[in-house]
Design a protein around this ligand. Structure first.
Ligand code: ATP
Length: 473
């Protein structure tokens, strides 16, 4: 069942997955807050990634600071090149990424079946290098502003996406620092520290999860493109010459990770980069089929020794591996896996969303919205329902609830019919609902109902915890 962004937004707000940032003040564009259920889902995604990546012999984790020495961004190229081409419309005052504006025009042509024209523009877009190249396409193709409908465009200018701020009390150029636009550089600058302190040698990796900031020109599509987001990145340092096989290995590992956590293969694809950065040996994106089309959720990049060499040059410090046995030394090559935690969150939410017709309590069919999360990712693992709030049922249900809380996130719900309570839990993706009824007082058993199959089983209460541990892994 395909979900729309509007349906996701409304469910997210209603059930506490995601709220607009500072909503009571009208919100802040491109920023979102994770609510009680969202924060659980996000943590579960990050935990799953952390375990998959760092519970290995040769991958170490770090947590670097968001503010870094400004030379970092000179070395990485972000100061000079981390910018998007931007254009303003004079009548609407709306600002666009010039390349996105052209891409949207191409998509429209494709929809109308004008594929030859669309392909020709795409070819020109691929060749764009300077602001005027984008401008020429926009003018030649008579692209209009989606807001005002006019063609009154300014020139195209580059706009650096890094947020600037100052350290210390004085706001001068020499005190300028940047909020990191990616977590990768925190890993590169710590390459030597980690290798030496943890006694690793290539091939070995460094993994990090953390916030990154980009002053995106257009934020849109909910969590897909935001100004503050979280990344899950790993840089794998290898011997030069092994990059082709290591790239294949990590591409497969990362692809399988998404499948392992319940992504349907038909909504995932691998998209090799057509234009490679000058230093890159290979690059591929893992894309998810979002309600608005395919979008990157993770990039796997073979980056040669470019990053470490840049930092060597700018810092004056050697960033190489020396084999003490034979004296051999080299600057390692890098395979990078760069995933967005918040984008993956949105992809997992879309992937889980389902609607179906089921038989309701009164025998009539009704719609059920169900989030079919992998149990490991589900924000709430089980819900306990005493059938009524009397006759000793709460007294029977509470000890079980308290006991399960020691191991899982569990909810307790006494209000409304059992059918209504099931629907509430289905809508947040809770894998199991446990009902304590009057029979439970005699047989000391409860009914467990599974979210996906809606099948029910009667289970002795003392076995419920091990049942859940078994099913939830
Ligand atoms: P895009 O082309 O979509 O801007 P990118 O190629 O610049 O992305 P990378 O620099 O490779 O992205 O970042 C790695 C991952 O970080 C992306 O795959 C994505 O999941 C996430 N990411 C990047 N920018 C954003 C953003 N503005 N909002 C949310 N997630 C982002």
């Amino acid at each position: 069942m395909a979900v729309t962004v509007d349906a996701l937004l409304s469910l997210s707000k209603r059930r506490g997955f995601v709220f607009q940032s500072s909503e009571i003040y009208g919100g802040l564009n491109g920023c979102w807050d994770y609510g009680p259920l969202g924060v659980e889902l996000l943590r579960n995604i990050k935990d799953a990634w952390w375990k998959a990546m760092t519970y290995r012999e040769n991958i170490e984790g770090i947590d670097a600071s968001i503010l870094m020495h400004p030379r970092t961004w000179e070395a990485s190229g972000h100061l000079a090149q981390f910018s998007d081409p931007m254009i303003d419309n004079k009548s609407s005052k709306a600002r666009y990424r010039a390349d996105t504006l052209i891409e949207e025009h191409i998509a429209k042509l494709q929809k109308k079946g004008k594929t030859d024209q669309a392909d020709a523009i795409q070819k020109k877009l691929d060749l764009c290098q300077e602001p005027k190249d984008y401008h020429t396409i926009i003018i030649d193709e008579e692209i209009t502003d989606p807001v005002s409908g006019t063609k009154e465009w300014t020139d195209v200018r580059y706009f650096n996406l890094m947020f600037k701020t100052f350290v210390g009390p004085v706001e001068t150029d020499s005190n300028t620092v940047y909020l990191r636009p990616e977590t990768a550089q925190g890993i590169f600058v710590n390459f030597k520290n980690v290798m030496e302190s943890s006694r690793q040698k290539p091939p070995f990796g460094i993994a990090q999860i953390g916030k990154s900031f980009r002053n995106e020109i257009n934020t849109k599509n909910f969590l897909f493109r935001t100004r503050e987001f979280e990344q899950m990145e790993m840089q794998y340092f290898i011997e030069p010459g092994t990059e082709a096989e290591q790239f294949e290995y990590w591409r497969e590992q990362r692809w399988n990770w998404f499948l392992q956590y319940g992504m349907k293969p038909e909504v995932l694809r691998l998209k090799p980069h057509e234009k490679l950065a000058h230093y890159a040996a290979a690059a591929v994106d893992i894309e998810y089929l979002f309600p608005f089309g395919w979008g990157e959720i993770e990039g796997i990049h073979s980056r040669t020794d470019y990053d470490l060499k840049q930092h060597q040059e700018f810092s004056g410090k050697k960033l190489e591996y020396v084999n003490t046995a034979n004296g051999e030394r080299f600057v390692p090559y890098v395979i990078e896996t760069a995933a967005g935690a918040s984008r993956s969150f949105m992809a997992f939410l879309c992937n889980a969303y389902d609607e179906e017709e089921v038989e309701g309590e009164n025998g009539k069919t009704e719609k059920r919205v169900v989030l079919r999360f992998h149990p490991k990712l589900a924000p709430v693992k089980a819900a306990i329902f005493p059938l009524t709030n009397k006759d000793g049922l709460p007294e029977k249900a509470q000890p079980l609830y308290q006991d399960l809380l020691n191991s899982f996130r569990v909810q307790y719900d006494v209000s409304g019919s059992i059918g209504k309570r099931y629907r509430r839990q289905d809508e947040i993706g809770t894998p199991f609902c446990i009902t304590i009824d009057n029979d439970s007082l005699n047989d000391n058993a409860a009914t467990i109902r599974a979210r996906d199959t809606m099948l029910q089983e009667r289970i002795p209460m003392e076995n419920i915890k091990s049942y859940l541990l078994d099913k939830l892994g």
